[in-house]
Design a protein around this ligand. Sequence first.
Ligand code: 6PG
Length: 248
Amino acid sequence: MPGRPLVVVHRDKALLAEASAARLATAIVDAQAARGEADIVLTGGSMGSAILEALGRSPLRDAVDWGAVTIWWGDERFLPAGDQDRNETQARIALLDLLPLDPARVHPMAGSDQAGSPEEAAASYADQLAAAAGGGYSVPAFDVVMLGVGPDGHIASLFPGHPALSATGSTVGVHESPKPPPERVSLTFDALGRGVQVWFLVAGQDKADAVERSLGGAPRDAAPAGSVEGTSATIWLLDAEAAGRLPA
Ligand code: 6PG
C-alpha cells in the first residue's frame, strides 16, 4: 500500500510549473533507465499546459528519449480533432508538436469527428489501453498520472455527484458534465489508480477548499480528487495559494 500523500508547496504557479516540469523529466528518465520506456498520462487545464510549456523551455527536455515515451490522456472533451478546446490540441501546442515523438505512441482520445458518441470513444480508448497493458491487465502501469483539480474537486472528467464516478472498466463516456462541454471521455478511478506515481497539480486560491477537502478525507462523491492514489507514490504539487487552507 502507498503511504500518506506527499504535499509539496511552491511559492507561486510559475515556480510550481517549472519545478513540476523538472520532476516530470526526471521521472521519465528514471522510467526509461529502469525499463527502456515511459508511459505518462497528461491532464488538461492551465496547469497541465503550464508544465508542458515549462518542459519545452527546459534544458532537461534533451535528457529524455522522446521516441520511447508513450502519451495518454486522463480525459478529453468530446469535440472534433483540432478543436482548440481539446486537451490534445492544447498539449500539442504546448509541447508535443516540438518533440520527436513516435506517433504510434501518442494516444489521443477519439473526437466527435471520429466516434459517434462519448461511449464509442471510451470503448475505443479502453481497447488501446488493454492492447498496451499486457500481463492480463486492462490498463498499463502508467509511470506518472498527472491530474489537475477543479475548484469543485473534480479530476479528469470525474465530477462530484456525477454518475460517471461509479463507472466500472477503464474508461467512461460522460454526459451532462457540469463544466462545458457537456460531453467528455474520461479514465475511471480504477484506471487512474494504475499510476505508479499520481501527481495532483494545483494552483490558485479558488482551489484551496478542494485541496483541503480532498486531503482531509472527504468522500469520493464530494471530492473525487481525494480518491486516487498511486501504487508507489501520491504527490500533491501545490502553489502557496492552493495550500492556503492546509495545516502548517
Ligand atoms: C476540463 C479541464 C479541467 C481542469 C481542471 C484544473 O476538462 O474542463 O481540463 O478538468 O483540468 O479544472 O484546471 P486548472 O489547471 O486550469 O486549474
